[in-house]
Design a protein around this ligand. Sequence first.
Ligand SMILES: C[S@@+](CC[C@H](N)C(=O)[O-])C[C@H]1O[C@@H](n2cnc3c(N)ncnc32)[C@H](O)[C@@H]1O
Length: 511
Amino acid sequence: MKAEFGDFQTPPALVAEILNCLSKSNNYWERVFEPTCGRGNFISGLLALDKPPKEIQAIEFDREHFQTAKISYENTDSTRVVIQQAKIFDFDLSQSLKWSTQGNLLVIGNPPWVTNSQLGRLGSNNLPIKTNFKNFKGLEAKIGHSNFDITEYIWIKLIQELVFEKPTIALLCKTAVARNVLQFAFDAQLKISNASIRLIDAKKWFKASVSACLFCLDVGSDQPSYQANVYPNLSASEPESTIGIIDNKLVADVKAYQKSAFLNGSSSLIWRQGLKHDAASVMELTYISEGVFQNKFKEIVNVESDYIYPLLKSTDLFHGKIDSKRGVIVTQKKIGEDTSHLQQMAPRLWQYIGSHSEQFDQRKSSIYKGKPPFSIFGIGDYSFSLYKLAISGLHKQPRFRIVYPIKNRPVMLDDTCYFISCNSIEEAILLTCLFNSDVCLEFLKSITFLDAKRPITKKLLQSINFDALLNNIPQEQLIKQANSEYQGFKPYSNQKLEWLSALELLSKNTH
Ligand SMILES: C[S@@+](CC[C@H](N)C(=O)[O-])C[C@H]1O[C@@H](n2cnc3c(N)ncnc32)[C@H](O)[C@@H]1O
């Protein structure tokens, strides 16, 4: 099946652009290897160069593609072309490529863009067998991970098995794969250097909605480097940023990170993710009029109002719309709490959720297994605090917001949002000033990869050293800022004491 082999042949025009890009610095490679050559579009492009390589070796698993490539290119006069039918995972790159030529080696191509989980769904075994990993430190564990892309494995295999050849490797892949390879290479101390990421328009070339690139690096250097210049396209001569490993982790902008690196650490405050229920059609409600809510089926929901809380989603947070347009049903006060008491305490709610039990039964995530009926997650005392500092996880531009009660009810956030629960409005205001400060936003941007589906994560937020952030801004300045920016909340005329006690609580992390 096409999908399980990630079978998207690279258009010849893109191949030409890639070869043009690679030959810019007057590089010439006598030998070229294509690990998954398909119908041979890269081979064709290489043969059409003014100075084609002396020898091209390639492998392809699919019989039809293999034969097409073999018939088309093996009898070329100027260049020795050898194409083998093989599965890259079973192919010993150090032994089975029999070169008849000496000289620089380029590995080029476009391996399949498929993840473990996609292969799992397709029932495919287009995967490396585990015994292949015995020399690949840490890779065996990774392969069990459902988001593991098989191109990552191909990258690492190429780097490890061809290190003695000191090749340049240039492959089309997702930018997320390029990042994972950099991180893996660092963790396993593989000898790589001169890495670059050149973004390509995957929508235009492959009709794929994913961030992709030509990832290129040299293998075999005795002075490895785990940074990569990022170029906006294949022809740009200036990088727009440099990503790289600093303090053992991959950062999105090395220069910006270095300016704010003192904020790297771990947060003494706990970041929480919003409510998770996976039953939005029943649990999430739209406000119609005072006390009247509607669900996604357009049914009026008549349940005990104590169990409906105002709800904000990530777009609301991003745009600063703290209003009561939405509601959410909250069935528990803490994770795992028994829900059977609702039958007596809230008979209308019990009847409502019971009549939609199929929506709850359909929830796929294993977290709901063995839990009380109608269970939710991301719920605890922290959910009910009246004031919160919150941020959307889905937006590229980080913007921290104060969340305050609506009609005296604490506001809930959905699971695309992250928050810190606060003891008081003063605390929430101070935190918002601190987290929206230039230095904090710069730090956050420097570690955020904008092409990720969820650029801001709990892990990322938890890596902001709050004590360092607090100590970085003089108290007087912070209080002044808090006063001027948030006068709307209360008439703050003379409340320095309130600020100071909130600051003290924050510095002691007692909330
Ligand atoms: C994205 S296509 C690219 C083809 C070609 N490199 C090009 O750029 O036009 C990926 C190719 O990998 C081949 N392939 C998939 N799994 C493979 C495997 N395990 N070993 C070798 N080739 C494989 C597919 O048949 C397909 O031709």
